[in-house]
Design a protein around this ligand. Structure first.
Ligand code: CTP
Length: 406
């Protein structure tokens, strides 16, 4: 892949050299762009020597012999020539400029002219990282589909310990490869994903629902399609567009979701049950709107069908992945649900934490497997969490294929 590496002005700029080497080792073609602040930390010559190419440091590069501009629109050409824009370290300043569309140097200008995938690997002091302004900018960028490789925790150059250290270069490269379909490891699989909340009517104008946004399920459906699977997405009502190359089936109630899932189950080799299905509903929905006559109103609710439990009973050799949204006893509840609902894997997340889980763009999960492993993923962008979940799904699938009689 042709990777345009943007180096920002932070102490971690020296690690960008290691990153460039790691990218080249995996066969990527690298062009480096440096900001003026980055040059204060590391010489362009280092990157020029590594890549064998002139490092771009300015919007206007003059040919000193003839005193003419070599190309006034170089940023357009450079943008078109590359598949990925990877910024490492992405400083607080770069995040802010990208979020607001600034174009005051080569990196910010090429960013605006760039139509491909943008990956940001931020690095900064923990207090800066946690600042609401930085977190808001990250949110804006994540909403635009940019991928953020979260910083690691550890000793920082400022002498403190915390989140903010540039992610390990190998991790950044691995993430880039996973995004770019190097792995088509779900080719031939038929994946059925459920996402979003369900809405259970209580009268013709009101319903009971929950805070699920569908973002996690949609990210999984999108990632599964990119990894080669044929994907059906059964979704409750959400406010986000469906991913490309996915068959969308829209439903409202738990009963409708159950029917849609069972109808499409035949071909499915993998079922990922991410939806936040209502546990109770009103069986006899009144035809008229409930009037405000009583001083207290009680609703009589009956259980909805437990779709995952039913899927567990008719599992066959398909993989079944459940989810558990918990406020307490996360891992115990995850293991209990995995066993009682006969799943191969259960993804558990704590839903009462700020900034991750329901409604958020980011998530932090524990992936619990039948053989007793617990894989922690995040906090990270939901697209990255989706990849980590599918890594485990692909591994389980591989084992199943390997153990199937020839
Ligand atoms: N689920 C389902 N049908 C339901 C309820 C839940 O298919 N009627 C699935 C969800 O899609 C999820 C898993 O079961 O994959 C766990 O959902 P969760 O709400 O965490 O658990 P419940 O079994 O409903 O238990 P509780 O609400 O008591 O925690």
């Amino acid at each position: 892949m042709r990777v345009l590496v943007g180096v920002g002005g932070g102490i971690a700029a020296y690690k960008a050299a290691e990153l460039v080497r790691a990218l080249q080792k995996r066969g990527h073609d690298v062009q480096v762009v440096m900001t003026a602040a980055a040059i204060e930390f590391i010489q362009p010559l280092t990157f020029a020597a590594l890549t064998g190419k002139k490092v771009i440091t300015s919007l206007f590069s003059r040919d000193s012999a003839t005193d003419t501009l070599s190309s006034a629109v170089e940023h357009i050409g450079v943008a078109q020539e590359h598949d990925v824009l990877l910024v490492a370290p992405a400083t607080a300043d770069i995040l802010s400029k990208f979020a607001h569309g600034a174009a005051d140097d080569f990196l910010t200008t090429v960013h605006l002219a760039f139509a491909g995938k943008v990956i940001l690997a931020p690095a900064m002091n923990t207090v800066m990282w946690n600042h609401p302004a930085v977190q808001e900018n990250l949110k804006v960028l994540a909403t635009r589909g940019y991928s953020i490789v979260d910083p690691d925790e550890g000793w920082l150059a400022c002498g403190t310990v915390g989140a903010g250290r540039l992610a390990d270069p190998e991790r950044i490269v691995e993430f880039l490869d996973s995004l770019h379909n190097k792995r088509r490891d779900l080719e031939g699989e038929q994946v059925l994903v459920t996402a979003g909340p369900t809405q259970e009517a209580i009268d013709p104008v009101r319903f009971i629902s929950n805070r699920s946004s569908g973002k996690m399920g949609y990210a999984i459906a999108n990632a599964a399609a990119q990894r080669g699977a044929s994907v059906v997405l059964v979704s409750g009502p959400v406010a986000i567009p469906p991913p490309p190359n996915v068959e969308l089936v829209s439903v409202h109630t738990a009963e409708e979701m159950r029917a849609a899932v069972m109808e499409r189950l035949g071909a499915a080799t993998i079922v990922i049950k991410n939806a936040a299905v209502a546990d109770y509903h009103v069986s006899d929905i009144p035809k008229q709107k409930l009037k405000k006559t009583a001083t207290r109103l009680s609703l009589e609710l009956d259980p909805t069908p437990d779709i995952l439990a039913e899927l567990g009973q008719k599992k066959g050799d398909r993989l079944l992945i459940g989810f558990a949204a918990e406020t307490d006893n996360l891992l115990d509840e995850a293991r209990r649900k995995m066993t009682t609902k006969n799943c191969d894997m259960l993804v558990a997340n704590q839903v009462n934490r700020e900034g991750v889980g329901f409604e958020a763009d980011r998530n932090e999960v524990d992936i619990v497997t039948r053989d007793g492993r617990v894989i922690h993923a995040g906090p990270a962008d939901k697209s990255e969490i989706a990849e980590r979940i599918l890594d485990q799904v692909a591994t389980l699938r591989l084992h199943l294929h390997a153990s199937a009689p020839a």
